[in-house]
Design a protein around this ligand. Structure first.
Ligand code: NAD
Length: 495
């Protein structure tokens, strides 16, 4: 692996310890405990980070409550808009700092993480645009006498945002947008694997004029997330992460009737019909599963290819995959970096070794990369298994690594049934030039997104979220902000 020697560590990382961000300032954890974060490409120590426990979470919740009860929630729309637009401008100017931290902690190539700038700024401008659109209704009623009724939309209150590790800076922005637009306040708990960009993002929020206590960040392990989901003064949890933890969060939220939205895992089908444009479908099938080293919730991990083109398609896909460069995330030629941690690496290799012992055919990759500079990193070759059967583990479980399971199919009815034969329902894609097939597939698949002749399209104005065990609630889109608003009915007897 070629290493980029000229890279200079970001200023942010020169601090001796990364502290919690509460009430507009950095503070150490009460216990004084820290945990380490390491570069997954090299194993090098990047920083020591404050480890929050229940008492720190309580301080953060109190700070968010105090800010919510202050002037923030009744601020005029135009003032709130100004703050979001300031923050969007800061994203334009300084997103590369967030991207660099993500590259160092997550291992995603810098050439890819910097591209998050446009989306981050667009999201914040989109939510700024939503602010004046928040409105109640005047509703007729049949009450006796002269009685009028209308509704008010009010911010829900204190939100706990609990995030995964696979797209940290983008995830911070996605969570903060509707919170700031609605007048809620937030305690964000980034993943223990990738905490750094959330801390810097919180500082950028203060620079944009977000009042103290509106955006707080507590760093730590699952226990800090659990303390947030159990805290009686949190009104809503916005969780993105695994289905297993999502279930625990819903159970914890039930005791104080918190509002919950959960964006969870997936095992998304990517379905190629014989009439598809293969020049587009082949590289897209590789990107769908290998982007971010397979660590994307909506990754196209189950590739269904119609029988008559299966052999040709797989041959082209394997040839294309062999051209992909796994390497130093700081090198601009690199397509994919390491996976986030040794734990994740071992989990992925476990799935690969299991599949090697099945009737599935290993067509590409299948190994950990352990020489030529890759020794200390968590690198896995982009891996393709062909002739996978529906009931194999690699066709059913979310691997969250660069592993593709390819399956053959014959008819549209059959592939709809098999694509839906999963507990997940996050995303899907269909490749065809036939309009009727495209429409039938988009109606037949039970998933929150269906991409036709494309993959992984996202936009601030288009909702994203899951069916079934992939969760509920939609992020982005005109209705996302409603998840952060209560509806109050007001009755006035004029007699
Ligand atoms: P994870 O569920 O292990 O952790 C997510 C967050 O929850 C972390 O911050 C973690 O510290 C915290 N946590 C752990 N235990 C907790 C508990 N008991 N109570 C409260 N919080 C707790 O997920 P991960 O491994 O960080 O991320 C990968 C998963 O996230 C994959 O399943 C992926 O599909 C999913 N994901 C989904 C989306 C989506 O939009 N649907 C997006 C990105 C990732």
């Amino acid at each position: 692996m070629a290493r980029i020697e000229s890279f200079e560590m970001p200023e942010f990382l020169k601090r001796s310890e990364m502290k919690l961000y509460i009430d507009g300032r950095s503070i150490a954890a009460k216990s004084g405990k820290t945990f380490e974060t390491r570069n997954p490409a090299t194993g090098e120590l990047l920083a020591k980070i404050a480890e929050a426990d229940e008492s720190d979470v309580d301080i953060a919740v109190k700070s968010a409550r105090k800010a919510f009860d202050g002037p923030w929630r009744t601020m005029k729309p135009i003032e709130r808009q100004k703050i979001l637009l300031n923050l969007a401008n800061i994203m334009d100017a300084r997103y590369s700092e967030l991207a660099t931290l993500d590259t160092l902690e997550l291992g995603a190539p810098l050439s890819k993480t910097v591209l998050g700038k446009n989306r981050a700024a667009a999201l914040l401008r989109y939510y700024a645009g939503q602010i004046p659109l928040v409105r109640g209704d005047t509703l007729s009623n049949s009450a006796p006498g002269d009685v009028i009724s209308h509704t008010l939309k009010e911010p829900i209150g204190v939100v706990a945002a609990i995030n995964p590790w696979n797209g940290p800076a983008g995830m911070s922005v996605w969570k903060a947008g509707p919170v700031l637009a609605s007048g809620c306040t937030m305690i964000m708990k980034p993943s223990e694997e990738t905490s750094l960009s959330a801390l810097l993002f919180a500082e950028m929020c203060s620079e944009a004029g977000v009042p103290d206590g509106v955006i707080n960040v507590v760093t730590g392990h699952g226990a800090a997330g659990a303390a947030l989901s159990n805290h009686p003064d949190v009104d809503k949890i916005a969780f993105t992460g695994s289905t297993g933890v999502g279930v625990k969060i819903m159970q914890a939220a039930a005791t104080s009737m918190k509002r919950v939205s959960v964006e969870l895992g997936g095992k998304s089908p990517n379905i190629v019909f014989a009439d598809a444009n293969l020049d587009k479908a082949v590289p897209a099938a590789a990107r769908a599963v290998f982007a971010n080293s397979g660590q994307i919730c909506s990754a196209g991990t189950r590739l269904f290819v119609q029988s008559e083109i299966y052999d040709e398609f797989m041959e082209k896909l394997v040839a294309h995959t062999k051209t992909l460069i796994v390497g130093d995330p700081l090198d601009s030629d690199t397509h994919f970096g390491p996976v986030v941690s040794k734990l994740q690496l071992d989990k992925i290799m476990g799935y690969i070794e299991g599949a090697k012992n099945s009737s599935a055919k290993l067509l590409a990759g299948g190994h950990r990369m352990t020489s030529n500079g890759f020794e200390n990193g968590n690198f896995v070759e982009p891996t393709i298994f062909g002739d996978v059967e529906d009931d194999m583990v690699i066709a059913r479980e979310e691997i969250f690594g660069p592993v593709l399971s390819a399956l053959r199919f014959d008819t549209i009815e059959e592939v709809i049934e098999r694509a839906n034969n999963t507990n997940f329902g996050l995303a899907s894609a269909v490749w065809t030039r036939d309009l009727a097939t495209a429409h039938r597939m988009s109606r037949g698949i039970r998933a929150g997104s269906v991409w036709i002749n494309c993959y992984q399209m996202l936009d601030p104005n288009v909702p994203f979220g899951g069916y079934k065990m992939s969760g509920f609630g939609r992020e982005s889109g005109p209705h996302h902000i409603d998840d952060y608003l209560e509806t109050k009915a007001v009755w006035i007897d004029l007699d």
